[in-house]
Design a protein around this ligand. Sequence first.
Ligand code: BMA
Length: 765
Amino acid sequence: MKHLLFSLLLLLKLISFAQLEQINLHQNWEFRQVGTEKWYMAQVPGTVHTDLLANTLIEDPFKAGQEEKLKWIEYEDWEYRTSFEVSPDLAQMENIELVCDGLDTYATIYINDQIAGYSSNMFLQQQIPIKALLKSGKNDLQIVFQSPINKKKDEALKSGHQLPAGSEKEEVNVSPYVRKAAYQFGWDFAPRFVGCGIWRPIYIRAWNSVRIADVHVQQKELTKSRAIVNLAIELDGTNPKGTYLLKCDDLEQKVNYKSTSDTLNLTLEINNPELWYPNGYGDQKIYTKTISLYKGKKLIDQKEVRFGLREIELINQKDEFGTSFYFKVNGEDVFCKGANYIPQDVFLPCVKDKQYRKLLIQAKEANMNMIRVWGGGVYEKDLFYDLCDSLGLMVWQDFMFAGTVYPPTYQFRNQVADEVRYNIKRLRNHPSLAIWCGNNEIEVAWHNWGWQKQYNYSQKDSVELWNNYKLIFHEMIPQFIQQLDSQRPYTPTSPLSNWGTAENFKHSSMHYWGVWHGGDPLEAYHDNVGRFMVEYGFQSYASYELLAQYLGDDLTLNAKSVLDRQKSYVGNSMIEQNIQKYYGSIDNFKDWIIANQNVQAYAMKQAIQAHRKSSGYCMGSLLWQLNDCWPGVSWSIIDHSGQPKKAYSEVQKQFSPVIVVVDSLDDEIHFTALSDKSEAFKGELKVSLVDFNSNETLRDFKTSLSLDRHEPKMVLSIKKDKLPKGFTPNSAYLSYQIQTQKSEEVIFSDFFFFCPPKNRPIQFD
Ligand code: BMA
């Protein structure tokens, strides 16, 4: 009965869209462990861990102790199967493909017991011609996943040396050999769950004649009065040669497709174009156009393209201070405010569309304008970039390489080439995509982290690994970008400059980890400002309530279940030390977490204020990290359940368009104001010195503000000896606010304390 219904639906679809068919294959899946008898229901898209959980064959992997207990799953092979009906009409179509948007990772795909194709890269879509394997009626589809560990362990062993993988605690580091999300092998914010599965949509695509396979939107000219946009169109079909008619709006063009490598061009002229701007700099105009392809009079395919018009440049060149690193959008310098994004779950298909929406809206509401998709995760799904387009969040897109060097083999580089080409083509039309970045931290690591010694590389090994690195990130990838997306900036790695020396802070992109990894005090952010801060961060635990959902109630900091969540080699020492410093001793774990989140918020405040106060010199502040992939402890400002931590509201405040930063020096208190607004800002700063105990205002100060974009100004200086007699750091605090001149609307307010929270008679948190 089910099958009958399925074929009927299929037929209906065929009648309604005679040319191109797409039939999702997400129904009736089963799975089992290879070598066992029984099949269980499976969810597709999905993962083996979540399928095992849904069948109550395992406990929730996020519960205490499960990470260790469920390790066996990664050494096993897993098979998935379903069947689907093919109507005689479908079977007769000229082109039929099985499209797998993402298979994780080593898979053999069988149709009716015959091998149809293979997958060996989670980041690559498979398009497998299957016409010859299909029959009318019921067809079987089976996908067998091989354990990535078993698959690559021998190759790793044979190489004679380990490749680095900081968070893999195994006897052999396999992750560098596998094109699978690196964080799933364990990271300093993530547990290790090396799973497999059909993690993205899977469907049949069938068409007669040709289909529009790709449209590359190329902005050729952009002035106030007009934009010229070329649509470069690729066709796909077994015999695509011929003459076609292309239509878009009222444009019609006869085109001749000569060979399969041909591109058809349709040039649009847009008068008085509206531009796309980052959040805070203007609106986000998105143009939508439909391209129709005709053969003779017959419409054979249609495709909708969305694009935005804007110019993004990366200015990374020598300047008066050292080497600049900033973005110009539509000719204006942009101060990038944002965060690093990691996958929203260890088990990626669990993340619902509404979670994407919620998280990215949270980013926009925190006054961010840039998100970095970090290289140890995944190239995100289309929805992510669509949301960034419409929210004005520029995307810093790493290619998925992080924290290791890669096997110096032709076969590996070939995989990389396919993956890079596919993802560039998939993402290049998004106006939000601001920069491609080769990888996360590989160059700083190679030059500073002592891998050569740690892994005992011979001179020959080192030369070979480094040459392979350069080939991939300095030659191959930039060449692909030149061919496929030549207008987008590329930077080979992040950061370009290491935080070790003062000189390095004068140059290019920077990850500053003196606070946390280097043990620096939180105030050190003020002395360590680079030209573009791509990473900096401080850890906090998720709320007690969220942890308790997975670990049970009655938690203590030193419980094994809690300690198991801490994946950073630094452990809890930096948190503990700073709680002591600012809050004193706290025994109760609930209160300790609150203090921990407050310390993180304070740390983010110091960092963002330091970076923004140096606007002009420093032009970017991307905190590490926006979100979490499981309920635990990490540098995130939003936890795994989507709940903002305390730091979120602090970040939101400090990323406001206009802020004031207070510095208490020995004799004076300085107020520095700055604005990101495009028009000059006029307003007033009001400051009150308030007595802690009586809550009385002891003295008021005010000054008018006139600020130009990205030009921080010292607007007020108060001599400490002019403060009322009896003032001590523990007796009063400053409350200050900025209001606009026109409407007297308060657009920013904050406090400044002269003493740590533990010395304050009342708490504000
Ligand atoms: C950054 C990232 C990650 C890591 C984080 C915290 O440098 O690139 O590798 O999770 O540090 O240590």
